[in-house]
Write a protein that binds this ligand. Structure first.
Ligand code: MRU
Length: 350
């Protein structure tokens, strides 16, 4: 399995996703500031992966704090959390992970400092293991929804590179293929950052899963030709009513799927579900540099000075979503009831 990120004594080690698919290189972030930079610059990306990366960043910052007493350590923790929380605004997993690490710290506050530091590292490592287990559980719940054979369209990268395990949407596809289903994946290239062509195509080819790369504007024509039997994507944040924020272009795919009567599935761990956000209109959408649109592989492809919009995510209204696959089970409409129901089930991911 691809090791997207891992804790080492030297720091947090990431596969550098900005270099794929042509170079498979790794970077070790030795400070929490370096972890924050890795999240901001998308060396590590994908909602579950950036959540665990942030947790490890917190653990690293706390471990290396020079504070001599609990008050000093608390102060450092607040600063570390703020720096990591300021990296990317949309994926709620980032904030969930920081909140969980802070809650752990509060539980430990009566312990000696050395014990607190060690337990914070263990908590971040536990989150990585839980993410692997959540991927596997989603795979089991979701595989049955996919057809015995046919074409599956996915957008962006919701695979091993976006998680600590074998992926959310791609995890469901992997589980279905492992169970004997004969699937071909159509990967949208996912302009402008090209997560589909650079990352999804790369990791599926490594697994020998039949994969066809298409540019984003081909999805409608390919659906019309009858080549797509289901769409499955990941998510960065799912509101309480089931509205889904995911990579820009997901909404277009969902509308096209509806027009062609193709089921549109979303696979995401519970850490992506934000019951405190009522609907998609309240989800903050990250705006990224115009250079991602005006340049391709360092080459200018648009007139200098052109006005550009570059929202990194869009919101798909829940009415387009056939089901949300989580590690706790499959939620169906009405999502405001089914998601709350799953939230009350035990956290078991086996
Ligand atoms: O900007 P990115 O690459 O971090 O965006 C990633 C996505 O939109 C993924 O689809 C989402 O995080 C789900 S990953 C399991």
């Amino acid at each position: 399995m691809i090791k997207t990120l891992e804790w080492t004594d030297a720091g947090v080690r990431f596969i550098d996703q900005t270099k794929l698919p042509t170079e498979e290189t790794y970077v070790t972030c030795k400070t929490y500031e370096e972890v924050a930079d890795a999240i901001r610059t998308m060396i590590v990306r994908g909602a579950p992966a950036i959540g665990v990366a942030a947790a490890m960043g917190v653990a690293l910052g706390v471990r290396d704090s020079q504070a001599k007493d609990i008050e000093g350590l608390q102060c450092d923790l607040a600063r570390i959390s703020d720096v990591l929380a300021s990296t990317r605004p949309t994926a709620v997993n980032l904030f969930w992970a920081i909140r969980r690490m802070r809650a752990k710290f509060e539980d430990l506050s009566a312990q000696p400092i050395a014990r607190i530091k060690q337990t914070m590292i263990e908590e971040a490592q536990r989150m990585l293991l839980e993410d692997i287990a959540a991927n596997e559980a989603m795979g089991k719940h979701g595989a049955v929804l996919l057809p015995a054979s046919g074409g599956i369209l996915t957008h962006c990268n919701a695979g091993a590179l976006a998680t600590c395990g074998y992926g959310t949407a791609l995890g469901v596809i992997r589980a279905a293929v492992d169970s004997g289903k004969k699937l071909e994946v159509f990967a949208d290239e996912t302009r402008p950052f090209l997560q589909g062509s650079r990352l999804t195509a790369w990791e599926l080819m490594k697994d020998h899963i039949p994969t066809t790369l298409i540019s984003d504007n081909m999805a409608g024509a390919i659906m019309r030709q009858g080549k797509i039997d289901a769409v499955i994507v990941g998510a960065d944040r799912i509101a309480a009513n089931g509205d889904v924020a995911n990579k820009i272009g997901t909404y277009t795919v969902a509308v096209l799927a509806k027009e062609h009567s193709i089921p549109f599935y979303v696979a995401a761990p519970f850490s992506t579900i934000d019951l405190e956000t009522a609907d998609g209109s309240q989800i903050p959408i990250e705006q990224r540099s115009s250079r991602e649109v005006t340049h391709l592989a360092g080459k200018q492809i648009a007139p200098a000075g052109v006005k550009v919009e570059n929202p990194a995510f869009d919101v798909t209204p829940h009415k387009y979503v056939a089901a949300i696959i989580t590690e706790r089970g499959v939620a169906r409409a009405p999502y405001s009831e089914s998601l709350r129901g799953l939230a009350q089930t035990s956290v078991g991911v086996s």
